[in-house]
Design a protein around this ligand. Structure first.
Ligand code: FAD
Length: 443
């Protein structure tokens, strides 16, 4: 299948990119591995959200004959072929009988692949009942029952408040929120919200729904306790150690850009200057174009900044990819929006920088690579990611280092290899699709 503009990711950035590009009358294809649009924040479909921007974009796109959505479709391989980019996509078959593999090609690509949660190891973090903060929210939105469960939400950033509020909405008993940053940093972040009044309204709404929850700044989880599942946590609340009972712990330390496809294609990366944790993100110019001709990137992939930044960047990328850059007034408006939300992102990273104590939590026997059962002490003796990987199989399991790669960067400052193909575990038949296409008749 061939497209004029292929958008990978149907979250806020992808939807905004498609909405902006849709006016140009080009064939637009949008791929997402979820079974609905909306990405992480608008899980359950853009058409189901309270945010009017989501519904407006969904209506515009579904009423446009030139726009095709491909859900439950995962890009597993990306390459350049002549003047086009080529992707192997695995689509979940309607009959649930497995996946079908096919090739999508396009001259213009907009990468809107979002972010992943940063999970850091501490004793007990592999116990059943311990998840990421956004991870538990995603599970709950997909129907995982949380009603009546005592939940502790921990980690860092405003995402903790959104997660706690959505768990309470589903009947959970969120007992504590543990925020690792200090009270004074929170105060400064709060003052900075004066520059973005819409965030103040959002914050007030969240605090209202969290009235019954004990919120502690300068606090973090030291260990999860339990035998075959979690039944409590040992926490450090403003320097004092305490044990708190719980049924579930949702613990996440912010987000890191998902750069896999961009790296595989060879787009130049940079380190997110805004972020203390300094994870790699995709380098783009003012029109969101990457270092490769025809490839644009928008949303969390260019640096984590939240939904509003993702929308502004997505719109700019959509106008640019569809050649509507010259006299397009909405595009000009998006530049101001983008600048404003970039400033917000900078404040977010500055005030929620990770404290050094989090590097000391893992004990010798704490598992760091969950797929291959590699402990902290096994890793300590190696110099870099490659060395550790060759000797321990760290990062070589099912998730291919998506979890431990980021954790190891925080713990040991190791740079993980990026851009490997296939992008995730793929069916052999999928890779054969590419192979078959490359065979000449003589072969
Ligand atoms: C777990 C989690 C929960 C979050 N919850 C909230 C919240 O409650 N409130 C809030 O304000 N912000 C939340 N965020 C932050 C939020 O993701 C962003 O602010 C916003 O959604 C960014 O939009 P985006 O379009 O850049 O990325 P996303 O919304 O993440 O969309 C990216 C999309 O790309 C798809 N994708 C990625 N790789 C592939 C591939 N290889 N093939 C096919 N599809 C692919 C993903 O499935 C996803 O649908 C959350 C983030 C995470 C990671």
């Amino acid at each position: 299948m061939s497209s004029d503009i292929l958008i990978i990711g149907a979250g806020p950035a992808g939807l905004a990119a498609a909405t902006a590009a849709a006016d140009a009358g080009l064939q637009i294809d949008i791929i997402d591995d979820n079974f609905m649009s909306g990405g992480q924040i608008w899980r359950g479909g853009a058409q189901q959200q309270r945010d009017p921007r989501a519904l407006a974009m969904w209506q515009k796109l579904t009423n446009n004959n030139h726009v095709r959505f491909h859900f439950q479709s995962k890009v597993v391989h990306a390459s350049k072929k002549n003047a086009e980019y080529e992707f192997i996509v695995e689509t979940q078959a309607a009959s649930q009988a497995g996946t079908q593999s096919h090739i999508l090609t396009a001259k213009k690509i907009i990468l809107c692949t979002g972010a992943r949660e940063l999970l850091l190891p501490f004793p007990g973090w592999t116990l059943p009942g311990v998840t990421g903060a956004g991870g538990l929210q995603a599970l709950a939105k997909a129907g995982y029952p949380v009603a009546g469960k005592r939940i502790i939400v921990a980690g860092t950033g405003p995402l903790l408040l959104a997660v706690a509020a959505s768990l309470i909405e589903r009947g959970a008993q969120v007992t504590h929120i543990l925020e690792q940053t200090t009270f004074s940093q929170l105060g400064k972040f709060g003052l900075g919200l004066l520059a973005t009044p819409s965030k103040i309204t959002q914050a007030i709404g969240l605090w209202r729904s969290l009235r019954s929850v004990a919120y502690h700044s300068n606090s973090y989880v030291e260990a999860a306790v339990g035998n075959d599942k979690i039944n409590g946590v040992r926490v450090n609340i403003q320097g004092e150690q305490r044990e708190l009972p719980c049924d579930l712990l949702a613990c996440g330390y912010g987000l890191i850009p998902n750069i896999d496809i961009a790296a595989a294609l060879g787009c130049e990366l940079e380190h997110d200057a805004n972020s203390e944790t300094d994870y790699a993100c995709v380098k783009v110019n003012e029109w969101q174009m990457t270092s490769l001709d025809g490839i644009y990137c928008a949303g969390e992939g260019t640096g984590v900044g939240g939904v509003d930044l993702a929308l502004a960047e997505g719109s700019i990328a959509g106008y640019a990819a569809s050649n509507q850059t010259i006299q397009n007034i909405p595009a000009e408006h998006c530049f101001g929006e983008r600048d404003s939300w970039k400033n917000f992102a900078q404040r977010l990273h500055r005030h929620f920088a990770l404290r050094k104590e989090l590097r000391q939590l893992a004990q010798a026997d704490t598992i760091v690579c969950r797929c291959e059962d590699v402990s902290f002490s096994q890793l300590q003796q190696y110099r870099d990611w490659r060395d550790a990987k060759l000797h321990t199989r760290c990062g070589m399991g099912a998730c291919q280092g998506r979890i431990c790669g980021a954790a190891n960067r925080f713990l040991f400052s190791w740079e993980k290899d990026v851009g490997r193909l296939p992008l995730s575990s793929a069916k052999i038949s999928s890779l054969l699709v590419l192979n078959a296409e490359q065979q000449t008749p003589a072969d």
